[in-house]
Design a protein around this ligand. Structure first.
Ligand code: SF4
Length: 372
């Protein structure tokens, strides 16, 4: 038995590991986070995409072209998310259908406000659907996820979850990110923590298959220091939320949230110990602001290596700019705070070591889940 994570042993992933172990460029990413635009209909004060909101969008035809090129280039998994609300883009349905028809695994991260416009498409095309709610009551939702221009979207989001659940129960996740805010030292702390247990029960009653608890980040992309003030409240809430779990309803808790609830304090994300990011060779951000090593670095010019608004993706990944960007970004200094690939990088580096030591591949499996 190989000690490697089974996820690494999927054929497409292992081919990338072989390139990395040989010191060769990976020909193209196999997974992409796709942003169609940067517009959102909510105005969440803690949104990590605030610096790039309303800055760019793909023309409708180009968005469809990008979807076709992702599939034809060999990308196997696409998560349509971030940078704004993906379902606001006029080509969202066409992009989802095109990727699904080409056999690309599709994930969708959405605020849920527009799901009613795309119920059938989302249900038939998306292998994973994560709806960001972060609340169980309209009062909390409206403080942390206010609608742009005023009003509340909370009831609409709940109705949309209820409508899509029968069509996509096993793929539907209610996402709850722990949010706290404090105007200054000694000022009162506002938080959504008191909603956590009720949100888990709500997610289950609406027909979601999973409830995911994440940690809110500040501008440094570290857990907000004000989270420390809700530790004991969080402990009771998390305990009650976990009571909702059963065979049909899973509850996932970020280890940092679990630590905080257990009184182990608030940890920060550690510095990276590697000079090149292997994950950036196998996953990328594609959006109207450019193709970049990862979502975290969509504003870092040296991490951006092509403009998909005007250049075909095959050309971007086939040229030298891709590897030049990998060489320019040093995670030890450029990548403080959170990123989606920290755990993936640890796994990839472990697999590279394993392959260099053993010299041959372990038994592999067909691709079954390329979401990272
Ligand atoms: S932020 Fe993370 S994914 Fe991006 S280059 Fe750094 S280590 Fe890699």
């Amino acid at each position: 038995m190989s000690p490697l994570d089974p996820w690494l042993l999927q054929s497409s992933v292992w081919r990338c590991v072989e390139h990395l172990a040989a010191g060769e460029p990976v020909p193209h990413p196999i997974a992409v986070e796709l942003h169609l635009g940067t517009t959102c209909n909510l105005a969440c004060p803690e949104c990590v995409s605030r610096p790039t909101l309303d800055t760019a969008t793909f023309e409708p035809d180009r968005a469809l072209g990008v979807a076709r090129e992702l599939a034809s280039t060999g990308v196997r998994c696409v998560v349509l998310s971030g940078g704004g609300e993906p379902l606001l883009h006029p080509s969202a349905a066409g992009v989802m259908e095109s990727l699904h028809d080409a056999g690309v695994s599709l994930g969708l991260v959405t605020n849920g406000t527009l799901l009613h416009l795309h119920l059938q498409t989302v249900a038939s095309c998306a292998a994973r659907i994560r709806v960001s709610v972060d609340a169980a009551t309209a009062a909390t939702y409206d403080r942390f996820r206010p609608q742009r221009g005023g009003g509340s979207s909370f009831q609409r989001v709940l109705r949309n979850l209820e409508r899509i659940a029968p069509l996509a129960h096993d793929r539907l996740t209610y996402s709850f990110v722990l949010l706290t805010r404090q105007a200054g030292v000694g000022a009162p702390v506002d938080s959504n923590a008191a909603d956590l247990a009720e949100a888990a029960g709500l997610a289950k009653s609406l027909g979601c298959a999973a409830f995911e608890v994440g940690i809110g980040l500040d501008a440094r992309l570290q857990p907000a220091p004000s989270h420390a003030h809700v530790s004991s409240l969080l402990s009771d809430q998390l305990h009650a939320a976990l009571q909702c779990a059963d065979n049909d309803f899973r509850v996932f808790v970020d280890p940092m949230v679990a630590d905080l609830a257990a009184g182990r304090g608030l940890r920060e994300f550690p510095a990276r110990g590697y000079a090149r990011c292997p994950a950036a060779q196998i996953r990328a951000l594609v959006g109207p602001r450019g193709v970049s090593l990862c979502p975290r670095h969509q504003c870092l010019p040296r991490a951006i290596y092509g403009d998909p608004c005007v250049t075909p993706l095959r050309e971007i990944w086939g040229g030298t700019a891709f590897q030049a960007a990998i060489a320019r970004v040093d995670p030890r200094s450029d990548c403080t705070g959170a990123c989606m690939s920290m755990q993936l990088n640890d796994q990839l580096l472990c697999a590279v070591d394993w392959l260099r030591t053993h010299g041959a591949a372990p038994p592999l499996t067909d691709d079954h889940d390329l979401f990272m």
